[in-house]
Design a protein around this ligand. Structure first.
Ligand code: BG6
Ligand code: MG
Length: 220
């Protein structure tokens, strides 16, 4: 039986994915790397330095910069991103998520955060939902990013549950792969997750509820 949920943050709980995309897009343009929606989707769920590497590789510029320069670029992107998220309020929680967190709490389920973002604690605080989660995995202590299962394994450990008792929720293809590899049940949200074949799928966060999940699990 399902007893807990591991949540991705950006693009599942709040639409910060658009701010990451905006900040990376601007940096890519500045570096002379042409942006595409495909590149934008590939970056979803990917950590800061790996995202930068993918952008540089997309423009054939992977060998043009020193490590110090790369650190500076990543820092610049983050400064821009942090400025963009300052305006977040509870109104920026995606449709259906506040109600779902309420159902989780009322039903005695547990939830934790498996986000690659070092800004996750700050975002949860701004959204005023920190206390719905028993814990947040600190991504600076994770050695392999999504699609490696590590961060979802760690988020499952925070719940003190077995993988089979957990549903992981993701809007990124790399994230769905990570959940599946962790042995948890993957709930994919949105078109970008379909290629990774999640066990359960919804078009939109508004479609996430205990009831729809129970229905999808029983028709599985
Ligand atoms: C993930 C986002 O949650 O966190 C990625 O989907 C982002 O887009 C990654 O690159 C790292 O975030 P941050 O805030 O630590 O740069
Ligand atoms: Mg995401």
């Amino acid at each position: 039986d399902i007893k807990g949920f591991t949540f991705d943050l950006d693009g599942v709980i709040t639409d910060t994915a658009k701010f990451h995309e905006q900040a990376w897009h601007d940096l890519a343009t500045e570096l002379g790397v042409e942006w595409s929606d495909t590149l934008g989707n590939q970056l979803k769920g990917i950590g800061r330095m790996d995202s930068l590497s993918m952008i540089l590789a997309a423009g054939g510029k992977q060998n043009q910069f020193s490590d110090d320069e790369k650190k500076m670029f990543a820092h610049k992107k983050n400064t821009h991103y942090v400025a963009l998220i300052q305006s977040l309020t509870p109104d920026d929680i995606l449709p259906g998520i506040t109600a779902f967190l309420g159902e989780i709490r009322a039903g005695g389920f547990l939830a934790s955060i498996a986000s690659a973002s070092k800004n996750a604690p700050q975002i949860l605080k701004k959204l005023e939902i920190t206390n719905y989660f028993v814990g947040i995995v600190d991504p600076s202590t994770v050695s392999h990013g999504k699609p490696d299962p590590e961060i979802f394994v760690r988020a499952g450990e925070l719940l003190n549950l077995q993988p089979k008792q957990i549903i992981g929720i993701e809007d990124a293809s790399a994230g769905v792969q990570a959940i599946k590899a962790a042995g948890q049940t993957a709930l994919g949200v949105g078109a970008a997750t379909q290629s990774a074949k999640p066990h359960l799928w919804v078009r939109d966060t508004a479609d996430i509820s205990l009831k729809t999940i129970a229905m999808k699990l029983s028709s599985d």
